[in-house]
Design a protein around this ligand. Structure first.
Ligand code: DSN
Length: 424
């Protein structure tokens, strides 16, 4: 089936918007998408998220709703919840949070009061805004205490985490983040949380699919609460889940609704259920391990080109490249890569002397290219493109970027993406 995909009603009603959707389909088909928090969902997930479930209000939870007509929606939400608890080995799952930030806000609402100390990894070190960073509501309504990574290793500084936790006695300790290339030691965090009297919140948004597929250790035995989005390595729709032991179920549910949100997005709940079903299949285990194998191969190939990787490499789906030695700012490199058909994001690196809007690094991930069936054998070529594009960013050689764009499009045409049948 050639692109653009058929959306006949949309094209008839709103050709302007239909053209934009078609342009995005083309972009996602032709480019090498390396943003580690992005992916390609399956056609089944796309279909589930575009259903008439969109039309229904369902405030409350299955069996306890504030609206009638829930004969079907109760079953859909129960299915999603049951699949989440089975897949992640937890007692309870709430599948209603609209996305990762609202999910994390619900955790604050459930277990902390304004002004309480809360602890998380600093944003420029690889943490997330909602882990108590200053510009976020979580950093202004709560007292954010921030830990980081060691300057010499790029690894989490557990001495600092422990010292800060024992001194400040936070209500919550968040682990996980957005730019962490290494395995998260949930057991070490749990020990510190217990010693300091904090609840441990594992924000596994980036690695949920790796956990589901057995390619990263699970936080389930260690964390009081697990927060995740559903649209990154888990390959579901834009949404989120909160999971916990039974003892915290009521507090979390109350915080999500009525504490923070109104009606759940039922079409998203359905698509989450589909993604969880897909993630429980043997093929998804293979996918999760392939994501890591590709990231390791790409990291090795980038290192061979003299790229400086934070922590020296990766254990997961993500690589953080410090471009300082290449004498190209992260944003300049990311924009040049974009012109070459390779989509990354510029990113701070730990102890970055530059500003977040113009930082020293780029962040690269392998979830999307693995969904297209690329393997470690392709990674030397991907690394070579990145290296050539970064060099061209420094010299301003647009011809090189244009040539890479053609080469990338050729490889992409040979590897159709889920949800996007082959180009023409
Ligand atoms: N914005 C997401 C990311 O790209 O990592 C995290 O919320």
């Amino acid at each position: 089936m050639p692109l653009p995909l058929p959306h006949p009603a949309l094209a008839a009603t709103d050709p302007e918007l239909a053209a934009l959707v078609a342009a995005e389909e083309r972009l996602q088909a032709d480019t090498l998408r390396l943003i580690p928090s992005e992916n390609y969902v399956s056609t089944a997930v796309l279909e589930a998220s575009g259903t008439v479930l969109q039309n229904k209000y369902s405030e409350g939870y299955p069996g306890r709703r504030y609206y009638e007509g829930q004969q079907v929606m109760d079953q859909v939400e129960r299915l999603a919840r049951d699949r989440a608890t089975a897949l992640f080995g937890v007692d309870h799952a709430n599948v209603q949070p609209y996305s990762g930030s609202p999910a994390n806000l619900a955790v604050y609402l459930a277990f902390a009061r304004p002004g309480d100390p809360v602890m998380g990894m600093a944003l420029p070190m690889g943490g997330h805004l909602t882990h108590g960073w200053g510009v976020s509501a979580t950093g202004s309504w709560f007292r954010g205490i921030q830990y980081g990574v060691r300057r010499d290793t790029g690894l989490i500084d557990f001495d600092q985490v422990r010292d800060l936790a024992l001194k400040e006695r936070p209500k919550l300790i968040f682990c996980g983040g957005t730019a962490l290339p290494r395995t998260i030691d949930f057991a070490a965090f749990a020990e510190i949380a217990e010693e300091s009297g904090a609840l441990l919140v594992a924000d596994v948004a980036h690695i949920a699919g790796l956990i589901a597929g057995g390619a990263h250790p699970s936080p389930a035995p260690h964390a009081d609460v697990i927060s995740t989005t559903t649209h990154k390595t888990l390959r579901g729709p834009r949404g989120a889940m909160l999971m916990s032991r039974a003892e915290h179920a009521r507090a979390l549910d109350k915080a999500v609704f009525p504490g923070l949100q109104g009606g759940p997005h039922n079409h998203t709940t359905a698509a989450i259920a589909v993604a969880l079903h897909e993630a429980a299949q043997p093929a998804f285990r293979a996918y999760a391990h392939a994501v890591v194998a590709n990231a390791r191969a790409l990291a090795a190939a980038l290192s061979a080109h003299g790229h400086d990787l934070v922590s020296g490499g990766t254990d997961n789906h993500l690589i953080l490249v410090d471009l300082t030695a290449k004498e190209v700012p992260g944003k300049v490199a990311a924009q040049a890569l974009d012109r070459a058909g390779i989509v990354v994001n510029y990113n701070t690196v730990p102890y970055d002397p530059r500003k977040p809007f113009d930082p020293s690094g780029i962040r690269i991930g392998t979830p999307s290219l693995t969904s297209r069936g690329l393997t470690p054998e392709h990674m030397p070529a991907v690394a070579a493109w990145i290296d050539r594009a970064v060099a061209a960013a420094r010299t301003g050689d647009e011809d090189v970027l244009a040539r890479i764009r053609t080469e990338v499009a050729d490889l992409m045409a040979a590897h159709p993406a889920p949800g996007l049948p082959t180009g023409d």
